[in-house]
Design a protein around this ligand. Structure first.
Ligand code: ADP
Ligand code: MG
Length: 754
């Protein structure tokens, strides 16, 4: 009887197995977990008696709670600070902290934490109890403004790309009052930014807030051409979170899933998504229970979860909320990701947020629906009713196109990661080239504006017939036939949909790059228009001339065809779009002069910050590939090869026996099939062994490199390719070895929740 190291891991999740597990072989374990998963029924969900409108936001310190728990002057001072983006006076902070503590304790909280977003792509928290000595040998629960507003987590082990030397380990977290505090479990969580002692950002929230401020300023200035009453422009985000679910028993028998988030081996199931019978299909009852439970939790935390459906691949699903202001929407997405993992456990599932958990079927993304809207209630990417509205609409759309064109390489870098790299470029996800899909109507409008800039826009907005009826755009553009799933960046009627974001990513990376790039473009646009006006042109003329220039200039980014085709790659290259496909090299786009200038002009990043962040990105890339390579090497040598040789020796045994019993010629004939299999297996085993050695050598070689960039390149060029070869041969063996001996749950077992 064999004991495998991860049986122990498995036992941690499955107490019931604690005793038997030690006596199981891996294949016995596999059958046991398959059996368990297949027999599992939906878990009950605790459905609140009240309707969502009653419990929505129950665990959020929103305006209603502020009003209830804060003195009137504190309440108005806090609202004023939030609305006008002003710092909170210290005296007010103390009073807010006291009210917040009372509210938190009334709702069962015992601890508080500054909740922040380090560069690890998850969130971080360090919990402190409210208790303090009361001077009489007992304790009292306290919380003050200082603890609320600013903390100093000893955070030397968060990635910082060299900004913080270990002897200067101080980092500060500071309350982001624009995102409300909430209670998760028994902990009051305070959304914060995270910066170094010297003021550089060490997180995603800080630069996101800077980018949102900069797009607010730049877009407001341009929107004022159309309506002087505009005083703010907000950025909105509606993400669509895709994910996979796997039964926890099966998950626990796959060390690759547990340690890397994806399967590093596994032959395709004979049936997967060919029949397209999963997408929008009936949701399995176990999954439905999970979704309902999750939505209730979301609503209690003020996350406006709205849409749920099956995705294309088996076991793949999606959740989308109602869109919100970008900073809050992003906090909510991060919160959702942790909530999902927690709720999934209650339903004996594991959530896989990895972009490509299974080869051969679709991966998961996180579409970012993005728009800008004025505080006067105008959505700037939605066509309007009048000629003036439509000129504004075209102004903003064209500026987005120009920004995306100028910064296409950077935007690609902003969504890139070791995990998302598995998804991009495959025939299912947006390709690793950024382009914009406009749809035929918008394309036609742009063409007309370009060709006859002095066309009377009233005409454009006027009659039907040959002339485009711009005021009718909403109806026309929302026509479902005019959709393109292959585009990484699509105009969808009243917003843009940035689809290349990975399912596990922090959306802030993409959102800060996009908002900053658009802000920069709008600044430039404003300067140019003002210059024309100063030279005596009319506003309308100046706008149209600048729009026209931008339409012509950004033509290469516009592509409505099939983004998956090879022709597009060639065409994109010809158009000068960034076609780099190596992740470590894609990150270089952050450090081009154009990116550095854009980020520093908009005040989002200094050069030092950009350099430090890239160090982190390269390092993370290396570590992810390194872990995968180790896990794959171990599994290949300790799990797959022993089973393969055992089966091979059974076959050899059979051949020997045939030879002992039958006359030579007959024996030759009868053992032919076995001999072929033995030879094939021997070849696969041989390649796996030598590739693992090659991979270990490549790793050793790469580890000697000191530059993070060069090391990541070495991992990409020399280590990662070995993994593909190893996997290929293991998957071949999976088809040959006796099913009863195979140690790991197979795709067909992992992928069909009942
Ligand atoms: P689909 O899958 O067809 O793209 P979904 O309904 O799944 O559409 O998701 C649409 C997402 O876009 C939702 O999160 C929705 O709130 C969001 N959304 C809709 N309008 C806007 C807008 N103007 N700005 C930002 N997000 C938006
Ligand atoms: Mg969508």
């Amino acid at each position: 009887m064999v004991f495998y190291y991860f049986a122990e891991q498995y036992a941690r999740f499955q107490d019931a197995y604690l005793i038997q597990i030690y006596y199981l072989t891996m294949s016995e374990l596999r059958f046991k977990v398959v059996d368990e998963a297949f027999n599992r029924k939906a878990d009950p969900v605790e459905i609140p008696e009240e309707r969502p409108e009653v419990y929505y936001g129950k665990y959020v310190f929103n305006r209603q709670k502020m009003f209830e728990y804060l003195p009137a002057d504190t309440f108005s001072a806090l609202c004023n600070a939030i609305d006008n983006k002003e710092p909170l006076p210290r005296e007010v902070a103390d009073s807010v902290a006291e009210g917040m503590r009372r509210w938190a304790i009334d709702n069962g909280a015992r601890h508080y934490t500054h909740w922040f977003q380090p560069l690890t792509e998850t969130t971080a928290e360090k919990h402190d109890a409210f208790v303090e000595h009361n001077g009489k040998g007992g304790v009292i629960e306290r919380f003050n403004g200082k603890l609320l507003v600013q903390q100093e987590p000893d955070a030397s082990s968060f990635p910082n790309g060299g900004i913080r030397n270990t002897f200067e380990a101080r980092g500060y977290s500071a309350w982001d009052i624009s995102s409300p505090a909430f209670i998760m479990g028994n902990t009051l969580c305070i959304p914060t930014i995270f910066i170094s002692y010297t003021g550089e950002s060490l997180d995603y929230k800080t630069p996101l807030l800077r980018a949102l401020n900069s797009v607010d300023r730049a877009a407001t200035a341009v929107a004022q051409y159309f309506d002087p009453n505009v005083s703010h422009v907000r950025s909105y985000l509606g993400w669509e979170q895709e994910y996979f679910l796997v039964d926890e028993a099966l998950y626990s028998a796959r060390p690759d899933l547990m340690l890397t988030g994806r399967t590093l081996m596994g032959h395709e199931s004979a049936k997967n998504q060919q029949l397209e019978d999963h997408y929008f299909g009936a949701i399995p009852s176990r999954v439905e229970a999970f979704m309902l439970d999750l939505e209730i939790e979301c609503h209690k935390l003020g996350i406006p979860a709205k849409t749920r459906h099956n995705e294309v691949a088996p076991n793949q699903f999606e959740l989308a909320p109602i869109f919100e202001e970008t900073n809050l929407a992003n906090d909510h997405n991060l919160l959702l990701m942790s909530l999902m993992s927690e709720v999934a456990r209650r339903h004996h599932f594991r959530v896989l947020l990895h972009e490509k958990p299974f080869a051969g079927i679709n991966g998961s993304g996180k579409h970012n629906n993005w728009s800008l809207g004025t505080d006067t209630g105008v959505m700037l990417f939605a066509p309007g009713k009048t000629a003036k509205d439509n000129l504004q609409f075209i102004t903003f759309v064209v500026n987005v196109m120009a920004a995306v064109h100028t910064h296409n390489a950077l935007l690609k870098a902003s969504i890139m990661s070791a995990t998302n790299a598995h998804r991009l470029g495959a025939n299912e996800a947006p390709p690793a080239i950024i382009s914009i899909f406009t749809g035929t109507q918008l394309a036609e409008i742009l063409r007309r504006v370009e060709e006859s800039p002095n066309d009377d826009l009233a005409d454009l907005a006027g009659k039907e017939g040959l002339r485009l009826n711009v005021s009718q755009i909403p109806e026309i553009l929302l026509d479902a036939t005019d959709r393109n799933r292959t585009s990484p960046f699509a105009f969808t009627g009243n917003r843009f949909e940035f689809r290349a974001i990975g399912s596990s990513a922090n959306c802030a990376a993409a959102m800060l790059a996009l908002n900053a790039a658009v802000a920069h473009q709008l600044q430039q646009f404003k300067t140019n228009v003002d210059e024309r006006i100063a030279n005596g042109e009319t506003l309308r003329n100046a706008l149209l001339e600048e729009i026209r220039t931008l339409i012509i200039q950004s033509k290469p980014i516009h592509f409505d065809g099939n983004g998956y085709s090879e022709e597009w790659r060639i065409e994109a290259e010809r158009r000068g779009l960034d076609c780099e496909s190596s992740t470590p090299l894609i990150f270089d786009a952050y450090l081009t002069p154009a990116s550095i200038k854009m980020f520093s002009d908009t005040g989002v990043f200094t050069k030092v910050e950009l350099e430090a962040r890239n160090e982190v990105k390269w390092e993370m890339y290396t570590k992810k590939v390194q872990i995968e390579a180790r896990v794959l090497g171990d599994l290949a040598i300790n799990h797959v090869l022993p089973v393969a040789t055992r089966y091979q020796s059974l076959l050899l045994d059979n051949v020997l026996k045939i030879k002992a019993i039958f006359p030579a010629e007959k024996a030759e004939e009868l053992s032919g099939a076995d001999m072929d299999t033995i030879e094939d297996m021997a070849r696969h085993i041989q390649v796996i062994k030598s590739e693992v050695t090659r991979m270990v050598d490549a790793r050793r070689e790469a580890n000697r490199i000191t530059s993070e960039r060069e090391k990541a390149i070495a991992y990409h060029d020399t280590v990662a390719p070995c993994m593909d070869v190893i996997r290929y041969h293991i998957d071949k063996l999976e088809l040959m070895v006796d099913n009863e001996m195979w140690p790991l749950p197979k795709y067909r077992e992992l992928l069909f929740i009942r």
